[in-house]
Design a protein around this ligand. Sequence first.
Ligand code: 8YV
Length: 328
Amino acid sequence: MPAKKPLVVVTRKLPDVIETRMMELFDTRLNHDDRPMSKSALIEAVAQADVLVPTVTDRIDASVLSQAGPNLRLIANFGAGVDHIDLATARERGITVTNTPDVLTEDTADMAMALILAVPRRLAEGERLVRSGKWAGWGPTFMMGRRIWGKRLGIIGMGRIGQAVARRARGFGLSVHYHNRRRLHPEIEQELEATYWESLDQMLARMDVISIHCPHTPATYHLLSARRLQLLQPHAYVVNTARGEVIDENALTRMLQKGELAGAGLDVFEHEPAINQKLLDLDNVVLLPHMGSATLEARIDMGEKVLINIKTFADGHSPRDRVLASML
Ligand code: 8YV
């Protein structure tokens, strides 16, 4: 890192307070019109920058990183998930990668809980009906959904966000089950009253609602494959606020169409921002535009983390939020 202020290229528009502070601290290049950068713009950015600040909408793959200039030493991602960055190539080239964990945990868990409530209780369907002007009035068998209280929630990926969902779920009377690479510490398991399932297949077959909270890695790509989705009971619901790639979206859509699953709440998709038309045609799904962590507070906290990560690195220290390729 040169002694002068590092050149920081930010790929998307960040909250004003963050951009202002970024400009005070570093030689900063902002993206004022917020249009996602093309591949050639990204290549130009990595060729010139000391630090790149990308988001989930930038594909920082090997072909982009191979064009990185000798100055690029840090990729300070604005976001927790880093599946859009080729970590192995970054490591090979001696580029440090940081992310912004913790600060979006509670907001993302809120969104997952909102979907866990919204899908079985048909919130979006009801709202659409009222707005359509076609609501003919109350009836005893009208708009019946399914009860949340007393049902079984299976959480896939029991990290920070999974645990935050578990805490909320208990308040809604759901029993908490989870599958994770590693079993939680017994004290945490006890606090969350969570039941561990070593076998994901066995857990899937017994749950009423599944909520996904694992990162997208080569190991979790299509973790909910067509075969695994078939293990779910037809009255089950699937909620995904993690990454679209964790579910085989075509298989999920086919099952929803055929009534082999009761419904789904999706904040993320396999080919964002494109959404399968067949999903859009279904009534038993709630579809959101990747807004799980979209609160003003989270975005500012994420930006502050990015600033701290860059400053720590520029001062010659190891940033706390360093992402290790071995985390995959
Ligand atoms: C962010 C997310 O909005 O942090 C993440 O991993 O999925 C989102 O909540 C986005 O990634 C920002 O880059």
